[in-house]
Design a protein around this ligand. Structure first.
Ligand code: ADP
Ligand code: AMP
Length: 216
């Protein structure tokens, strides 16, 4: 399976990605996670990306495209992958098409998770992530059984720097202007499936599996 997860910030892409990657045994590639890891490790890439991320803006295409191209060449992507948060512009999507064509493979499906703005802001602002294992929680919708501690690995939970109301609102605007045109882009390629992201987490996953044409 070669899949893309599309949807505004807070729609539930990262949450669903864990289930999808597990079910189809494919690597979950999140460009946001790659940038956050680079910031944590103090790399040049991290330094370049941080300003854009803190402002809720997109990191320039040329930086992102190079990372994804390298990542897709790694051995674990031979039988498939799940891209989360990439592509985010038409230019990125066109480049991905070329990269895949050169490798001689194509995308199977683009899963578009829909949710409206009110839900998105509340979800992103309430998001908490485990520092150790990266599991995503929500203070109300999907809390850790141990409060500020991860109930899977015991790590501390943290809030992303860009998960405040002002930055989330900016990120949603950026999504509408720069990323939403990809809905039409992939729809024209007959790759798009759309699911309702406002349902419960399990229900959204069921809808995704059905839309990919496989049983639960
Ligand atoms: P994205 O990767 O699209 O930005 P996440 O998967 O990180 O979104 O989800 C954003 C927040 O919303 C997280 O705190 C997550 O626990 C919560 N969440 C995700 N899916 C749902 C859902 N279907 N219902 C309620 N809350 C959800
Ligand atoms: P995410 O973790 O997907 O919410 O992404 C967090 C931030 O990382 C975004 O607001 C952007 O600043 C940056 N980012 C992640 N993926 C991309 C991408 N494909 N193109 C440009 N910027 C990106």
């Amino acid at each position: 399976m070669r899949l893309i997860l599309l949807g505004p910030p807070g729609a539930g892409k990262g949450t669903q990605a864990v289930f999808i990657a597990g079910k189809y045994n494919i690597p979950h590639i999140s460009t946001g996670d790659i940038f956050r890891d680079n910031i944590k490790q103090g790399t040049e890439l991290g330094k370049k990306a941080k300003d854009y991320m803190d402002k809720g803006l997109l990191v320039p295409d040329e930086l992102v495209v190079e990372i994804v191209e390298d990542r897709l060449k790694q051995g674990d992507c031979t039988n498939g992958f799940l891209l989360d948060g990439f592509p985010r512009t038409v230019m990125q999507a066109q480049t991905l098409d070329k990269v895949l064509k050169n490798i001689g493979v194509g995308l199977d499906k683009v899963i578009n998770i829909e949710a409206d703005k009110g839900v998105l802001v509340e979800r992103a602002v309430g998001r908490r992530i485990c520092k150790e294992c990266g599991t995503t929680f929500h203070i109300k919708n999907n809390p850790s059984a141990k409060g500020d501690i991860c109930d899977r690995c015991g790590g501390n939970l943290y809030q992303r720097d860009d998960d405040n109301e002002e930055t989330v609102t900016r990120r949603i605007e950026v999504y509408l202007n720069e990323t939403a045109p990809l809905i039409e882009y992939y729809s024209k390629q007959n790759k798009l499936v759309t699911v309702d992201g406002t349902e419960e987490i399990d229900k959204v996953f069921e809808e995704i599996v059905v839309s990919l044409g496989s049983g639960l």
